[in-house]
Ligand binder design. Structure first.
Ligand code: PLP
Length: 415
């Protein structure tokens, strides 16, 4: 068997270049993280070869005795981590977890409610050309223009007017906690099921640093690669009553053979997430985001037209509002890229600029916290970002400061 370097130098070289990019820049895309080497090992294992349609003890293929052990470990660990009655660890991604969860309680044509994509919702919460928008009748709710927070009065009004079968609470770009109990009350008032998509903040929930949606929701979905810090993939949690239904909408409803190598990597990530070290890391995630929000709300930033949506953050990200800045989202993203900080531009609610340009940045701290960044390091990161968003900035000086931070916290030193 030939080594990848010899067999396919083009791919091998690009992988090595990507490793170097991750090591030498500061990753602040809020949905990204650095999976530990143990997770990469599980994912790169011989489990790649195995077909295992079905569930532990009920497979449609022979030779599943070892993958049964692994999938059972993943299920039991993630149930214990989140205090859930039932978990399905097979969804290949967050989008497929959502598709399966929705199929379990909806028929095509049913009405769903979700946070508007332009206000921080996800594609799978009802975007027009996504499966969710094509299969279901979508009523979107919004954030309040003044507070930047989800407008629960609007949620209740829209729910009473449209009688949804399902209300989705969750977000991809929102800096605050949702009131799950209030969503439950609205759902109960109109006879809807409640689904919470905790993909972004699952790592915070796992460590008790964010309220858990599990006691309030009929269905909870997540990805495993964002704040949770595991392999790319999804999980659906549900009540005992919906367990059978979910297991059939994931397989055979949405998927064929499960990715057992990814499920093994999920099991490893769930073990890590249950430990004290992971909790300490999530505390640094929150500290870092708070430090960033505090820095970007000072008068020098206000003078440059830089603001922070909702005035702060309770989670792992900050949404920078550039509506009044001379820089648009694209220009700000490019500037940070040039000094070695990776973020994504993001529309802000009621954004006056077009979607490919935007007036915002989404800046997250999970990946840097995984590298070991402390409050002191995040203070330096925040100062660098604040300086880069001023009308005049010194690119060479800021790039040098970024390089110092990257060298201080080596990433994957043995890869
Ligand atoms: N749900 C939310 C809230 C997300 O932010 C995302 C990813 O960005 C997803 C679901 C989809 O996850 P995936 O990209 O794994 O399909």
């Amino acid at each position: 068997d030939q080594h990848l370097d010899d067999l396919d130098p083009e791919v091998a070289t690009a992988i090595r270049a990507e490793l170097l990019r991750q090591q030498s820049t500061l990753e602040m895309i809020a949905s990204e993280n650095f999976a530990p080497v143990s997770v990469l090992q599980a994912q790169g294992s011989v489990l790649t070869n195995k077909y295992a349609e079905g569930y532990p003890g009920r497979r449609y293929y022979g030779g599943c005795e070892h993958v049964d052990v692994i999938e059972t470990l993943a299920i039991e660990r993630v149930k214990a981590l989140f205090g859930a009655e039932h978990a399905n660890v097979q969804p290949h991604s967050g989008a497929q977890a959502n598709a399966a969860a929705m199929a379990a309680v909806l028929q095509p044509g049913d009405t769903i409610m979700g946070l508007d994509l332009a206000h921080g919702g996800h594609l799978t919460h009802g975007m027009r050309i996504n499966f969710s928008g094509r299969l279901y009748n979508v009523v979107a709710y919004h954030v309040d223009r003044e507070s930047g927070r989800v407008d629960m009065a609007e949620v209740e009004r829209l729910a009473r007017e449209s009688n949804p079968k399902l209300i989705i609470a969750g977000w991809s770009a929102y800096p605050r906690q949702l009131d799950f109990a209030a969503f439950r009350r609205v759902a109960d008032a109109v006879g809807a099921k409640l689904m919470v998509d905790m993909a972004h903040f699952a790592g915070l929930v796992a460590t008790g640093l964010h309220p858990s949606p599990i006691p309030h929701a009929d269905l909870v979905t997540t990805t495993t690669h964002k704040t949770l810090g595991g392999p790319r993939g999804g999980v659906v949690f549900c009540t005992r009553e919906l367990a059978k239904k979910i297991d059939s909408t994931v397989f055979p409803g949405q998927q064929g053979g499960p990715l057992q190598h990814v499920i093994a990597a999920k099991a490893v990530a769930f073990k890590i997430a249950a430990g004290e070290e992971f909790r300490e890391r999530q505390r640094r995630v929150l500290d870092g985001a708070r430090i960033l929000a505090e820095r970007l709300t000072r008068p020098d930033c206000a003078e440059a037209g830089v603001k922070v949506l909702s005035g702060g953050t309770d989670v792992h990200l900050v949404l920078v509002d550039l509506v009044e800045s001379s820089l648009d989202g694209q220009q700000a993203e490019d500037r940070l890229h040039r000094i070695g900080i990776t973020v994504n531009r993001n529309a802000v609610p009621f954004d006056p600029r077009p979607p490919m340009v935007t007036s915002g940045l989404r800046v997250g701290t999970p990946a840097l916290a995984a590298r070991g960044f402390t409050a002191e390091d995040f203070t330096e990161v925040a100062d660098i970002i604040a300086a880069a968003l001023k009308p005049v900035f010194d690119e060479t000086e800021l790039a040098a400061r970024v390089a110092v931070l990257a060298e201080k916290h080596p990433l994957y030193p043995h890869l």
